[in-house]
Each structure stands twice: as C-alpha cells, then as structure tokens.
Design a protein around this ligand. Sequence first.
Ligand SMILES: Cc1cc2nc3c(=O)[nH]c(=O)nc-3n(C[C@H](O)[C@H](O)[C@H](O)COP(=O)(O)OP(=O)(O)OC[C@H]3O[C@@H](n4cnc5c(N)ncnc54)[C@H](O)[C@@H]3O)c2cc1C
Length: 459
Amino acid sequence: MVCEKNVCACSYCYTMVEGKCEASDRKVLILGAGMAGVSAAKALGDNGCENVQILEGSDRIGGRAKSVNVSGYTMELGAQWIYGLGSNPVAILAQKYGLQMIEDFDTWVVRDDNGTNVTQTADDEWYNLVDILEKVKVFARKMDKNGSPDITTQALLRKFGWTPDTNVKKAVEVYELDTESGRETPSLSGKYLDHLSVFEIHGNDQWMISSDPRGLSYIISELYKELPSNYTTSFNQVIKKIKNKNGKVEVETEGGTKYEADDVIVTFSLGVLQSRQVSFKPALSEEKMLAIDKFGFGEYTIAYFEFSDAFWDNVSTLVYASARHGENSIWYNMNTIYPGCNILQLTLMGFEANAASHLNDNEVKESGMAALAAMYPQLSIPQPDAFVRSDWLTNPLTKGSFSYWTPAFRPEDRMNLGKSEGNIHFAGEHLGLKTHGFLNSAYNSGQDTAQRLARSVRN
Ligand SMILES: Cc1cc2nc3c(=O)[nH]c(=O)nc-3n(C[C@H](O)[C@H](O)[C@H](O)COP(=O)(O)OP(=O)(O)OC[C@H]3O[C@@H](n4cnc5c(N)ncnc54)[C@H](O)[C@@H]3O)c2cc1C
C-alpha cells in the first residue's frame, strides 16, 4: 500500500520505505475466524497490511455465533443477544447490515415443581436481589479502591442479606446471575462481577435479540466481505503447534501442514488455551499461562424443543423453580421471536450444563420434558417433534462457552493474558477492553490487537 499522504505519521502509514509501507510486506496469520479474528483482519486491512491469511479449524466463519435450522426456523446455538445498544459496536454493525432484531424480550412466569405459579413471589425476590446487587457493586468498588483481597460473589451476596434458601430464590439467582456468566456465584469474583456493566459501558439499557433468518453470524459474514480482496482464508485447518523461530512464527496443523508468518494473532477461546491442545514453542511464559488458567471459562448449553402446540404461558421466559439449583430452570419462548414456531429454548448453565454434556440427546430431552411436566401437571405434554442442542463444552474448537472473572484473577493477570509473546499476539472475547464474554468484547479485542500490532511495526 502506498500512503496517500506520503508521510509516516498518518494512521494508514507505518515506516515509509521508498514510498511503501514497510508493514504491508509483513505476513500476518490470524488463527480463528470468529468475531475476534474477522475484526482483527478488518483492522489490519484498514491499517494497510496487505499480506494476511486466516486459518480456521472448522468449515465456517462465526465461531461461537452459530445458528441452526429447527423445523424451518433459524435458532441461535451461541450468541443471540446484543446488549446496551448505545455504542455497542455489534449493535452498530447490526444496524449497518440490516440485521432483523426484536427488542424488550422480558416478561416471565415462574412455576415451582408442583406447577404452582409463584411469579409474584419471584418478582419480590428479584427486586430484592437487584437491590442487593446494587449494594454489592458499591462495596466492590470500595474493595477495589482499598486494595482489599477479592472474595466470591456468593460471599458478597450473603454479606448484604441474600441467601438462596428457597426454590424460588434459587431460580431468581439463576435467572439474574448464572445466565450472565455461565457459572454459579461461588465461582465468580465479587470485586469484579461488573453485573450488567455492558449496559453502562455502552450507555444504553436496551437489549435486542436477533430475529433474522440469516442468523446473528450474518454480521460477521458481512464484516468478512469488507476484508481486502487479496486476503485468503483456509478452513478445516486445526492448529496444533505454534513455534517462534528466528524472528518468524511457524504454525502447524493436525494434518501436518505448515504455515510461516512474521506475526500471528491467536484468537482461540480461553477454553482451548486452557486445554493445552495447542502447543507453543518456546512455551508461553509462566505469568501468561497462570493468567490463562486463573481466568474462568463458563459452561452454557442451549437446547431447542419444537412442539405441535404452544401449551405454555404466553410470556417470553418461563422459569422452573426446582429444588436443585439451575435444574432445567430457564426456558425462552421462541414464539416471541417467530410467532407460531412453537419452540422452547432451554438454557443450562454451569454444573447443569456440565452434567448435560455427559448425557445423550435423549437423556437431555427427557430431563427437560420432566421439568415441563412438573411445571404444567394438569397437561399431557406430547413429545417434541424436534430437538437440537449445542455442543460448546465438548467441541474441541471451543471447550466451553464464554469467560468470566474468578476471585483468584487480578488486574495484573489481565495484562499478562493479553500480552504478546514474541511475534505471537492474542485476541478474543476474554480480552475485550472493557467487557469480556460478549460478541462486542471479541470485536473490540480483535480490533485492538491488530491496531497494536500495526502500531508496534510502525514504531
Ligand atoms: C451459548 C452461548 C451464548 C452466548 N450468548 C451471547 C449473547 O447473547 N450475546 C453476546 O454478545 N455474546 C454471547 N456469547 C459470547 C459470544 O458468542 C462470544 O464472546 C464470541 O462469539 C467469541 O468470539 P471470539 O472470536 O473471541 O471466539 P470464537 O467465536 O470462539 O472464535 C475462535 C475461532 O477459532 C477457531 N479455533 C479454535 N481452536 C482452533 C484451532 N486449534 N485451530 C484452528 N482454529 C481454531 C474456532 O473454530 C473459532 O472459529 C455466547 C456464547 C455462547 C457459547
């Protein structure tokens, strides 16, 4: 690329060498074609890098944004909500590409295991929990300011009077907290819980759910179309080895194919990095590995049940208040998005998602059906006509759902988590600048890492 302004200090220009940007000759490999990988590629393109190749282990673009067809309707197996519409870059992209979305998906009925409608009690408990979470937030900020050691979210909730000692309170806690992190409160940081901070950060408390037959990953596919035409992508390239070698990086797939580049951006999920199924030579530094191991990676399973009739309450969310925390608790009524589809979406988080990963489809379906039978004991519920579920935990290319902050993780670990090692750079939702876990976190992280790489080359 030739810098139009023909000076070195403009944002398109690295060190000018005989009128050309030096960085344009450097080869960059991006490993992974999820939101972070595509966003990194877009930023490299915007910064004049010409020699970029993406290597993706699966046969598609999108990573943890993935939809599936359930009896003619597009259902999301991964990301489906866009939170905090204000400055959320994903909301901005969704608008730009004309993604269909629906707002205000938020009415519920809570039923216990006798089928009793306990929504009024649940409403009261929900207001109580939200008040307590506000106190937790204020206290957590004080802890941070004073440098106090972190404690669990569970401990802070207890401190301010919340103990989930009834089935309704357990269900309310799952609805409000487990759904956000894919993990139960004893595993979550109290100090850095940042409950719903995504709304504050993006300056808007609205959220939207994709109702687009093209699926939410359409945004990523459209962003991908904006990459320079000479960028290439190779699919089904499962990377097993990454070597820093004489100032170059060599990447090897499980099939033995080798690629070489000046720089590599790794966008594998935190779960993949924790699993050590990709080896680094030289090994990643101790502080980096410690940061990878100390951050948390949640478990979150989605399952769809399609019925001939909508026998359930006509609200957007059904919550099952059972004795076991999180047992088949959260059911989204997909008729809210696609009227007449008669599909319920069951979400399982944390230990329940983990337990389900050891069951076959039929067992997960039977377990869900037992919960529905308990919620509606007066009805004879037919077997679903279709059943589909996600496999994020068992899939070797994800190994879980999305990241969460653990009580052991420190802000300095966050620095180490994101630090480049030689010419190997890192991006992904776990490295979002202000949030982690979301599509917008992945977008920001990919962009940031690519811009830092471009800057470091320039300098
Ligand atoms: C069930 C679920 C629900 C979610 N809900 C929401 C939501 O409502 N809203 C929201 O904003 N976010 C949500 N998220 C989070 C969001 O999907 C992720 O934060 C985001 O998609 C992560 O993007 P990424 O690029 O960092 O990682 P990924 O999308 O995981 O991309 C990494 C890519 O690397 C590839 N890869 C991995 N290992 C290898 C290897 N060894 N070799 C080659 N390629 C490899 C993978 O195939 C993948 O394509 C949800 C996630 C899940 C799982």
